[in-house]
Design a protein around this ligand. Structure first.
Ligand SMILES: [Zn+2]
Length: 345
């Protein structure tokens, strides 16, 4: 059953938010997703918590078919996305675009079947055909989900009230379902790759794919709809600072500078809600630039990566990014050291 709400968005005039942003957006709730129609036939898909999706997806309807950007974290989550697409259109899904290679965006691909065209960056292809099962970011996610299950089992054992037990039991079943869904993962690389740009013109829709340089990974794509002035940024640009464990922090601000050259009114990130405030990009650019300077300075003083991660002072970003504590993410700082030392290309 298709349930429709109208979410009225007050369009207050500001220097950063354009009046081109739609005045009203349709929200469609499916059993597993919230689909926000951000332009006619274009839906920003977020999981509603029925199963673990972890990342956002974008659904782009064309005259005869559907293009999807990102596939969630497991084939089961990818199938749920396909079921949700069926609520808004019966057109076939012919094309899948990978924003980047990370497990939480690319591991739902098998749900789309063997005939799907999968478009991704060359680096995404390289990563998914090399040793994706042993990528450190993927391995640490498996550990994290196992730890969550173990913790909930322990808490359930110690639960004192019936209500507490019931809540913990539900959480446990949610995470157990996700952990077993991982058994179905088959790493599936793109069937078509690009290095810099690629534009799809089929079916009354222009879809531009841009690689602007290294950022969150070595192969992040921005998926840009020039007519609708919408850009899906994957994890290259979230509402705040992204995961940096596979990132290129010293190059990230430049990549975002290139992203900002596009003419858009709405940014749809790989995690979290969409936004129209371009100043958010300036804010994270400033953070990556300052983190780079701070790590270079501390490394120059002879500090280890651990010491630098403890001492790095980024508190000038308290107002914009909520960074009120001394220190920076150790994994990010260690990776910056390794890159500066030439251990990572
Ligand atoms: Zn990612």
């Amino acid at each position: 059953m298709r349930r429709v709400h109208l979410l009225c968005v007050l369009a207050a005039f500001s220097l950063t938010a354009s009046l081109n942003v739609a005045l009203a957006q349709e929200i469609i709730d499916t059993p597993t997703h919230r689909l926000e129609e951000v332009a006619e036939g274009i839906y920003f898909a977020t999981g509603n918590g029925a199963l673990y999706t972890m990342s956002n997806a974008l659904i782009i309807e064309r005259d005869e078919d559907v293009v999807v950007v990102d596939s969630h974290i497991t084939p089961a989550a990818g199938r749920a996305l396909l079921d949700s697409i069926r609520v808004v259109t019966s057109k076939p899904v012919t094309t899948l675009i990978n924003s980047h290679y990370h497990y939480d965006h690319a591991n739902g691909v098998p749900a789309f079947g063997p005939d799907i065209e999968i478009i991704g960056h060359e680096v995404t292809y390289e990563k998914l055909t090399a040793d994706p099962a042993n990528e450190h970011t993927y391995l640490s996610s498996l550990q994290r989900f196992d730890n969550t299950v173990a913790r909930l089992e322990q808490e359930l054992e110690n639960a004192s009230s019936t209500q507490e037990r019931q809540e913990l039991q539900e959480q446990l079943e949610f995470w157990q379902a996700h952990v077993s869904a991982q058994d179905e993962i088959v790493f599936t690389p793109p069937t078509t790759t690009l290095r810099d740009t690629l534009t799809l013109y089929r079916g009354g829709r222009e879809i531009q794919l841009h690689y602007f340089g290294r950022a969150h990974t070595g192969g992040d794509l921005a998926i840009y709809l020039p007519e609708e002035k919408i850009v899906f940024t994957g994890d290259m640009m979230l509402g705040g600072v992204s995961y940096m464990g596979d990132g290129y922090v010293t190059e990230w601000a430049d990549t975002l500078q290139a992203l900002k050259q596009l003419d858009f009114d709405l940014v749809l990130p790989g995690h979290g809600p969409g936004f129209s405030d371009r100043a958010r990009i300036d804010n994270v650019q400033a953070y990556y630039t300052d983190l780079t300077e701070e790590v270079r300075r501390l490394k120059g003083l002879g500090y280890s990566a651990e010491e630098a991660a403890t001492r790095a002072d980024l508190r000038q970003h308290a107002d914009t990014l909520g960074i009120t504590q001394l220190g920076a993410n150790l994994e990010a700082v260690q990776r910056m050291y390794d890159i500066m030392d030439g251990l990572i290309e």
